[in-house]
Design a protein around this ligand. Sequence first.
Ligand SMILES: Nc1nc2c(ncn2[C@@H]2O[C@H](COP(=O)(O)OP(=O)(O)O)[C@@H](O)[C@H]2O)c(=O)[nH]1
Ligand SMILES: [Mg+2]
Length: 265
Amino acid sequence: MSTTAPAATHSHASAGKNEVALFGLPALLLIVAIVSIAIAAVYLRRASGVKADSILLVGARGSGKTNMLARLEHDAWVETHTSLKDNSVMVALDDEGKLCTRVIDVPGHEKLRYQTHHFTPVARGIVFVLDAARLGKDIRQVAEYLYDILTDSRVAQREIPILLACHKADLATAYAPKRCREMLETEIDRIRVTRTAAVDSQTAEQEQHSAAERYLGYEGETFRFDHLPNDVQEVACSSLQETSEANDRLGSVKEWMADVAAGRT
Ligand SMILES: Nc1nc2c(ncn2[C@@H]2O[C@H](COP(=O)(O)OP(=O)(O)O)[C@@H](O)[C@H]2O)c(=O)[nH]1
Ligand SMILES: [Mg+2]
């Protein structure tokens, strides 16, 4: 009896320590979860409570999103949502100004990419901006970002239409849109193999986390955008100011936006 008493005391003390350690982690996770939900809620509320009324400009840093937004703003409608003023504008899509849509410039920096998922609930269309002159060099990084967007459960479930905006088409080295589309398909096919292998070897916890991440396309078939529930189109475009004739090289992007805003896509 006398030998068990100190042991019991000892185990009680270490249990107490463990409780503190165990309590610390869930509390931290809870705080992180609450803060994340609060941030998302603020974003959504600031987006004026209107659901899926926006078109997102997403893409790698340097692809020209901010430039494109500035060019679109040239014909901009009045911006009333001041909270998103810095990175969103209302763009008029017809001459009478009856058809317009909010366009949001989503930061493309690697560390801010998770923000894209905060914006997908308000998206009715996604313009994926890519630097068509650098696609050969940046293909992996660009395709990975696109893969992350396409596997977002909301993007798939709501069949949000996607435009591959092959930007900087003014440069002689820019790839043609069809070629950009093919390059992305080939690279996504490779990424799909890697990611699927990673899913097979991950723990139950990780698996639960990525359960929402869907398998893209058809198993056993080379990846094609046509296999997705989303409509995926590609256009060449440029945000450079045209010097001579009124040759609006964002016209193709605006036409697509008008189709999306009018529910034609
Ligand atoms: N040649 C060319 N350069 C562009 C075009 N659009 C943007 N750029 C340049 O690309 C760089 C990145 O543009 P920015 O809008 O800041 O890209 P973001 O990081 O995606 O917002 C800048 O140096 C722009 O001048 C374009 O249509 N053609
Ligand atoms: Mg920018």
